[in-house]
Design a protein around this ligand. Structure first.
Ligand code: PBG
Length: 333
């Protein structure tokens, strides 16, 4: 009888396991989302998003200062204006977030790499990612306003703008708006492979963006059963000038991330969204897993599948999680 082939030899001690790892995650690959709300007197917890708050402009600065001390460098900012309106002026819609971008940049300069979400769902009373007319989200009018908003954020100091609306043509329009106004160095991140997901629940509460009038976002976000649509969307956005492409959510769409990152040679980001975070936190809360091991495993999966960077609500804990694992062997372990 021939001896079995041993794959276990390389699993036998932590040092050996560490040496043979192909995928390594670094805390600097993590991006921390931030919510800042206009008109709050104190910061508010968000249902389903443990330890994440709707910050006031003051607590936002304190939080970012603390995060920078931990080592976090890149943030994705969601600004929540107090007054919801259908105003078509990008300048009007962008005003509150603009002031927050400016205040972060004034205080922290290039110590932080600031990405700003560009969308209308937290701005309009009906909670869709664009203007509603005749029962449909209007593409052209929405893209026009989004382009104006993106320019305002760039002018306020955003390092990157990240449109998450899924309208057609927004990447080309925003790139054009930035370039023709002298902001050709602002990075454009496209939520290109953004699926119509049921993992966005806690975020909807955070941003108060519950879609109304038209029941859900299925007429503009990608059907989970349409991987090919994600490919077409990402190819188009790359062609229109996106610098970074994104898959969202993360864990249910690793196949998409793997395939698209192999085919489209742009840097890929993945968004571990609010519902994924809530699910992971529930495992941790019930003592089914330790937080560090659990997040390292999911983040390793993203990098293995082709992500260069990961947006996660647990990003600010990455430094702690990797420090505690060092030398213990096994990135996912
Ligand atoms: C909307 C937007 C959503 C998220 C980011 N931007 C929700 C949606 O499309 O309904 C989700 C993020 C998360 O769930 O963490 N523009």
């Amino acid at each position: 009888m021939s001896k079995p082939i041993s794959l276990r030899r390389l699993r036998m001690n932590p040092w050996m396991r560490n040496l043979v790892q192909e995928t390594r995650v670094q805390p600097l690959q993590l991006i921390q989302p931030l919510f800042v709300s206009e008109g709050l007197s104190e910061r508010e917890p968000i249902r389903g998003l443990k330890d994440i708050f709707r910050e006031t402009p003051e607590t936002l600065l304190q939080l970012v200062e603390a995060d920078l001390k931990k080592g976090v460098r890149t943030f994705l900012l969601f600004g929540l204006p107090q007054k919801l309106s259908e105003d078509r002026s990008g300048e009007v819609q962008a005003a509150f977030t603009q002031s927050q971008v400016a205040s972060l940049k004034r205080r922290f300069g290039n110590d932080l790499c600031l990405w700003v979400d560009v969308c209308l769902c937290a701005h309009v009373p009906q909670g869709h990612c664009g203007f509603l007319e005749h029962g449909q989200v209007q593409n052209a009018a929405t893209v026009q306003t989004l382009s104006e908003m993106a320019l305002v954020y760039a002018q306020a100091g955003a390092d990157a703008v990240a449109p998450s609306d899924m309208m057609d043509g927004r990447i080309g329009a925003i790139r054009n708006q930035l370039d023709t106004n002298g902001w050709d160095q602002t990075v454009l991140v496209s939520y290109a492979a953004k699926f119509h997901s049921h993992f966005y629940g806690p975020f909807r509460g955070a941003s108060r963006a519950y879609p109304q009038g038209l029941k859900d976002r299925s007429t503009y976000q990608i059907d989970p059963a349409r991987g090919k649509d994600a490919f077409l969307s990402a190819s188009r956005d790359a062609e229109e000038g996106a610098d970074i492409l994104m898959v969202k959510p993360g864990m249910p769409y690793l196949d998409v991330l793997k395939e698209l990152s192999a085919k489209i040679h742009k840097p890929w980001a993945v968004y571990q969204v609010s519902g994924e975070y809530a699910a992971l936190e529930s495992l941790i809360e019930q003592n089914f897993a330790t937080a560090g091991a659990l997040y390292r495993e999911t983040w390793t999966g993203f990098v293995r599948a082709g992500a260069s960077m990961i947006i996660s609500y647990a990003a600010r804990r990455a430094f702690e999680y990797f420090e505690s694992y060092e030398g213990k062997g096994g990135n996912g372990g």
